[in-house]
Design a protein. Structure first.
Length: 273
């Protein structure tokens, strides 16, 4: 008979040891999942601090340096983005004190093209004015953005690991527009969770119809009633048509595969000037 020491050397793991191993594996898997969320949140914060906020600062610097908002006339200011091209119609005096809720709005100011999902019913490609020209003319440095010549863009990865591109433009909204009147920054290429996080950081809550940061085309809500959720989820495929956002849970339609590029939305960011 072999000694007890020889038999014990061939014994397997105990239940306690197996439980410890499984617990460690679970902790590692949980740490990886949490790490991905932390990394994504850090990237979203970077998009706000290094891109969105810097574009707002560039817009404000333009106003401080010229005395007018982006693209406005310095000799006959209209206090609206691209206001130098504003006209209420043939033979009509500009800013005559009448109702402006039905006037033709000046073209938006972008660079090269309109971002995906931006409404273009009243802002055709022919009405676009190069944003780079205005900033270069006044000596205001644009944020670095994606690269030289693409300062209005920022590239990031969505939750499925696919590249997405944010783009900014500026425009003036007439009274009665769904997303409110005044000078705004249009931000396209936002995944739903990025839009919600930006809204949370800017307005203190992710409400698609209230505050300075809101969803394009969403009407103002009734005061003192629940707001509206951002349309879509981070599982919707790019180009799909999710159901309209409500105060209840959003039920998306279309494909929802892990390898798909995530749906993006467009936000409107109200400027102070």
């Amino acid at each position: 008979m072999r000694p007890a020491s020889a038999r014990s050397g061939q014994s397997g793991f105990t239940l306690v040891e197996l439980a410890i191993v499984l617990a460690v594996i679970g902790l590692i898997i949980g740490a990886v999942a949490i790490g991905k969320d932390v990394q994504r949140n850090a990237e979203y914060t970077k998009i706000k601090n290094k891109f969105i906020d810097q574009w707002e600062q560039a817009y404000n610097q333009y106003y401080q340096r010229t005395g007018v908002v982006l693209g406005d006339s310095q000799t006959a200011p209209r206090i609206m983005v691209n206001g130098a091209n504003y006209n209420t119609g043939a033979g009509v005096t500009q800013f005559s004190g009448g109702d402006m809720s039905a006037v033709a709005m000046p073209g938006r100011i972008c660079d090269k093209a309109v971002g995906a999902g931006m409404e273009t019913a009243t802002r055709t490609a022919a009405a676009l004015t190069s944003m780079r020209d205005f900033f270069a003319r006044t000596g205001v440095r644009m944020p670095p953005g994606r690269a030289e010549g693409f300062e209005d863009r920022y590239v990031y990865l969505d939750t499925n690991g696919n590249p997405q591109e944010v783009q900014v433009c500026f425009q003036w909204n007439r009274p009665g527009m769904p997303e409110g009147a005044g000078n705004v920054m249009i931000i396209s290429g936002l995944t739903p969770d990025l839009a919600r996080m930006l809204d949370q950081m800017i307005d203190g809550k992710p409400d698609a119809q209230e505050g300075r940061f809101r969803m394009q085309g969403v009407l103002n809500g009734t005061p003192n009633l629940p707001g509206t959720e951002w349309t879509g989820t981070n599982t919707d495929q790019f180009g799909s048509a999710p159901t309209a956002a409500t105060s209840a849970a959003v039920t998306p339609t279309g494909r929802r595969l892990d390898e798909d590029q995530v749906l993006t939305v467009v936000a409107i960011y109200k400027m102070n000037q």
